[in-house]
Design a protein around this ligand. Sequence first.
Ligand code: ADP
Ligand code: MG
Length: 144
Amino acid sequence: MRTMNAGQTERVGAHIAAQLRAGDVLLLSGDLGAGKTVFARGVARGLGISGPVASPTFVLLRCYPGRVPLHHFDLYRLSDTDAFYDAGLADYLGGEAVSLVEWPERCPGAMPGCRLEIRIDYGAGEDERVIAIRGVGGFREVTL
Ligand code: ADP
Ligand code: MG
């Protein structure tokens, strides 16, 4: 689907959040500035998390308490799969939280087979984005 501003992308995130359960892992792909963190903020809102949701770029992971807790990863600065395990991040993936991973391409070997893949691409206009989702590894049906 297409969104024409950040607020719309946030609402798409909230709509997806309403369909999520503890243990779900969402992989968020797209170029810098595509809107991954905006989407993550929407997921947080949909989970009942009301505070600021910033890019966790400099900390790799932020955890937010909520109806279901949210673990928001940003792996942009991670070198590879080994670094993911060395940092102890695997303990925070899945479990009782919803996990949202920006830049999962940094450590493909550490991501679970069952996951919801979300891709955000730039569209034609400056503020236009194209959002696509795909369940992988038996992830149940989720609608945009
Ligand atoms: P990323 O996490 O993918 O690097 P961010 O979510 O941090 O990107 O930033 C996206 C930027 O693009 C924000 O400044 C946001 O306001 C802007 N933007 C403009 N149009 C849209 C849109 N349709 N959806 C999401 N963000 C948008
Ligand atoms: Mg980001």
